[in-house]
Design a protein around this ligand. Structure first.
Ligand SMILES: Cc1ncc(COP(=O)(O)O)c(C=O)c1O
Length: 366
């Protein structure tokens, strides 16, 4: 069967060259006579795999030695608790610390809600009342905030920060699950960044954490060992068995990115793809993109059929999704909490995929 264009928000498309290389190396990676999923994580066979992946991520994102890079498990979800516990957790009975977040969508709200189990979490601004159609202005943090959290790219709502907010001495924490390596990002502006692998990096099962080393080591004594950043920093992500095969594929994706010209080139390609799709939607009498232009995501393009009658719109969108699937354009339904349609066009989505989608959209309109 012909490969489809997969517009899923995640897990999502991987570069075809990476999949072919992983297939070719399945039985024998780096001349070891084994696959990357069979080797001991502490062996001389696996260590270069994780070390190269870290070195290439540092190169691509220009990450200084002030920061540790970790390959963890538990998805981005686990970071929603690791961040508050490690950066602001207190011993049992002690007064809770304060922290803040900006509510730009479902994932930001989930991060804020989870953190509120451990700290006094203040929502400093929100665009919820306006259907999360823009990134609100970020008020400055309070001086006693232990951290200030944002979701840089809102996968479900289709919006994105265009630059990080200014937080002075308060560490800025960002969930970059759906935009990591899609464009240059100044890591030095952040205290901590985290991203699940399954969108721009590789298969599901690994979470990348980039943490300023000075922020680790303050977790309270009740913190489970697996949830301590200092434990994973000390053990170089090998405290327990890491997701070895996933890290291997991430390594292949990072090599592919370097070959393509790095994140500057990705930004160029991503702007070209997203601009083409948004332009088509904005100029069409049939479709609408609800997110305000200055807040739009390059990765997750949220759109809908322009129709006031909700029932009729729902029927048309259902037909759109089914007919698109018949043409090899899959996973175009919006998230169940946002409705409508969504095309996730991560780094691995070729320009041709976006052109094919636009051709289909125009045919469907007609
Ligand atoms: C921005 C964002 N944060 C967090 C998550 C949750 O990630 P995980 O399923 O890896 O826990 C997602 C998943 O789609 C996401 O898009």
């Amino acid at each position: 069967m012909k490969r489809v264009y997969n517009f899923s928000a995640g897990p999502s498309m991987l570069p075809e060259a990476v999949l072919k290389r992983a297939a070719a190396e399945m039985l024998n990676v780096n001349g070891t006579g084994q696959s990357a999923m069979e080797m001991s994580h502490r062996s001389a066979n696996f260590l270069p795999i994780i070390e190269n992946a870290e070195a290439n991520l540092r190169k691509l994102m220009n990450i200084s030695d002030e920061y540790a890079v970790l390959f963890l498990q538990g998805g981005a979800w686990t970071q929603f608790s690791m961040v508050p516990i490690n950066l602001a957790g207190v011993e049992a009975g002690a007064e809770r610390k304060n922290a803040a977040y900006i509510d730009t969508g479902i994932w930001a709200a989930k991060m804020g809600g989870e953190a509120a189990k451990y700290v006094n979490m203040r929502c400093a601004a929100s665009s919820k009342a306006q259907g999360y159609t823009f990134i609100p202005a970020a008020p400055p943090p309070n001086s006693d905030d232990a951290f200030y959290a944002i979701c840089y790219n809102n996968t479900i709502m289709g919006s994105a920060w265009q630059s990080p907010p200014e937080t002075g001495a308060v560490p800025l924490v960002a969930d970059i699950s759906s935009c990591i390596l899609s464009a240059p990002l100044d890591v030095s502006r952040f205290g901590l960044l985290f991203a699940g692998a399954q969108k721009n990096l590789g298969p599901a099962g690994c979470t990348i954490v980039i943490i300023k080393k000075e922020l680790a080591g303050k977790a309270p004594s009740w913190t489970p060992e697996m949830l301590r950043y200092d434990t994973h920093i000390k053990e170089k992500s090998l405290f327990n068995t890491p997701p070895c095969y996933c890290i291997y594929v991430i390594g292949l994706v990072l090599e592919w990115l370097l070959e393509q010209g790095g994140v500057a080139e990705m930004r160029k390609r991503n702007i070209e793809k997203a601009a083409m799709l948004y332009d088509y939607i904005d100029n069409s009498p049939f479709y609408i993109a609800p997110v305000q232009k200055e807040s739009r995501s390059l990765m997750n393009v949220r759109f809908a059929v322009r129709e006031d009658d909700g029932e009729k719109r729902g029927q048309l969108e259902k037909r759109f999704i089914a007919e698109a699937e018949n043409e090899g354009l899959v996973n175009l339904a919006g998230h169940r909490l946002a409705g409508g349609l969504r095309a996730s066009i991560y780094n691995a989505m070729p320009l041709d995929g976006v052109k094919t989608l636009i051709n289909f959209m125009d045919k469907f309109r007609r």
